[in-house]
Write a protein that binds this ligand. Structure first.
Ligand code: FE2
Length: 503
């Protein structure tokens, strides 16, 4: 029987220990009650104060939307940060706001609905925060029975077997109606998996014997759950493995033969948690530690190898593939652990911009399972939210697409493609005052080659104070967007999305 409190507090804190933990971090994780800053670029981080849904139809289009681009760009992200005069301390804490940009023959529309999690409904009724959050030190005013009691469903969205799910890292996927965005409730993939974490970065293979299969994981109490879900949306296989010492695992990689985790040397300070710090406020970087590379065999879901590499915090992995001879190539985006653990996201949530560029860069790994070596190539571009053509997930890929930080202002102002085969980049810079979010590659109908598609993604123009969505030809990024669709308002910044193509 799992301890509910341990489940709430995530991964392997009990087993991790704190023998090598660094000094306490000065993370400002108390709820904020002061005024929101006036930095124009940060206004979408105010969130939508009332938790109300929105719909806008017949959106203004600059340029021309390609005739073959039909479907819905679903995006998810934290959309509400304030209740009862208190404001969350951390960007990751807001309630999930599902957005749908629908591209059809009649034009483009935008719909946004908050996910009706149990937490959202309770707090909406009460008009105040009642439950703890990931990065804000809040005491529970309601009983905590399970992880899903604090599930905000705010991180990503996936469509599998025709069903739409809002995803979070620490609890169940929340099923939604793909047309109305009405919340249906938490998903149990099997009775014995009810309430187990189902993370926000599932990987769908579109090649080979597993074509259409979706892989995902969840970490809790020193354990790792693995999920294999068929194209029909039914659970095919699952496993629960021991994985101590991994309190925060955001993303993973899948190749033709393997599942790969990169685990930074993070530990949770249980005394700090007991003293009322938030989950992030109790997280400690273990100086002198290494990243663990855990390689799992897809054939039997057992751990095949564990290796070490230099310590680096990361959130996102772009893609990975193996050569059939025991060598895995993988790209990820490193992030600065000191900035994460010392309050970068906390200042943002008060409307205060950090003057420095985001310190996150591409890393290209070669993991040799035969020679037990990990080689790393470090690149200098300032990027986040890596994406690849969905047709090459878990297979050899050539291109990775990112939002890129170009000027010394907060956020990413350019769109970048990186050609791994030639080491070349191509970019489009949106200019000052514009931020771009994750860019998804949508294959052009009738094409097969990697990169033959459109990049579809959202952004925020701080001078107009409006959110937009652009469409680029992925093979001609520097030529600028083919079309820009404008909302008549700004929407809160999101994290991740999924483009569901229709014929
Ligand atoms: Fe993410």
């Amino acid at each position: 029987m799992l301890s509910r409190r341990h489940l709430l507090l995530g991964g392997g804190l009990a087993a991790a220990g704190l023998a090598r933990a660094g000094a306490a971090q000065p993370l400002p994780d108390a709820p904020y009650t002061g005024p929101f800053g006036t930095v124009p670029e940060l206004q979408p981080l105010r969130g939508w104060l009332e938790g109300q849904d929105r719909l806008a139809e017949g959106l203004r289009v600059q340029g021309r939307i390609p005739a073959g681009l039909r479907g819905t760009l679903y995006r998810n992200g934290p959309g509400l940060f304030e209740r009862g005069g208190q404001r969350y301390a951390h960007w990751f804490d807001g309630d999930g706001l599902l957005q749908a940009w629908r591209f059809g023959p009649q034009g483009v529309s935008h719909q946004a609905r908050f996910v009706r999690t149990r937490k959202f409904e309770l707090e909406q009724d009460a008009g105040e925060f009642l439950l703890p959050a990931f990065g804000t030190a809040l005491r529970a005013k309601r009983p905590l029975r399970a992880s899903d009691d604090v599930n905000t469903a705010n991180t990503s969205v996936m469509l599998q077997g025709g069903k739409l799910y809002a995803l979070w890292e620490g609890g169940s996927a929340y099923e939604l109606d793909p047309d109305s965005l009405h919340t249906l409730g938490p998903k149990a993939w099997a009775p014995e998996l009810k309430g187990m974490p189902f993370s926000a970065h599932p990987k769908r293979e579109l090649q080979g014997p597993h074509a259409g299969t979706l892989w995902n994981f969840g970490t809790f109490m020193g354990k790792l759950a693995l999920y294999q879900i068929g194209a029909d949306g039914q659970l095919q296989r699952s496993a629960v493995l021991d994985l101590p010492g991994a309190p925060m695992v955001h993303d993973f990689a899948v190749t033709e033969h393997f599942i790969v985790f990169l685990l930074p040397p993070l530990a949770l300070d249980r005394e700090a948690l007991k003293a009322g710090r938030s989950f992030v406020g109790a997280m400690r970087w273990q100086e002198g530690g290494a990243n663990r590379v855990v390689v799992i065999d897809k054939a039997d879901l057992s751990i095949k190898a564990q290796l070490e590499m230099p310590a680096e915090l990361l959130f996102h992995i772009g893609n990975a593939w193996d050569d059939g001879q025991g060598v895995i190539r993988l790209d990820y985006v490193h992030t600065d652990h000191q900035r994460f653990l010392s309050g970068e996201f906390n200042r943002m949530l008060q409307g205060q911009a950090s003057p420095e560029l985001a310190a996150s860069h591409p890393r290209l790994l070669q993991i040799d399972l035969i020679r037990r070596r990990v080689d790393i190539e470090r690149r200098s571009e300032q990027v986040e939210f890596p994406q690849v053509d969905p047709r090459v997930v878990a297979r050899r890929n050539r291109y990775v697409y990112y939002p890129e930080a170009r000027a010394a202002t907060w956020g990413h102002g350019a769109l970048l493609s990186l050609d791994l085969a030639r080491g070349l980049t191509e970019r489009f810079d949106f200019g000052p005052g514009v931020m771009v979010e994750e860019q998804l590659l949508v294959p052009k109908p009738g094409t097969r080659r990697e990169g033959q598609g459109w990049l579809v993604g959202t952004g925020f123009d701080s001078r107009r104070q409006k959110t937009f969505c652009t469409i680029f030809d992925a093979e001609a990024i520097s030529a600028g967007p083919l079309a820009t669709v404008w909302l008549p308002y700004w929407a809160p910044l999101g994290f991740h999305g999924h483009f569901a193509q229709t014929a």
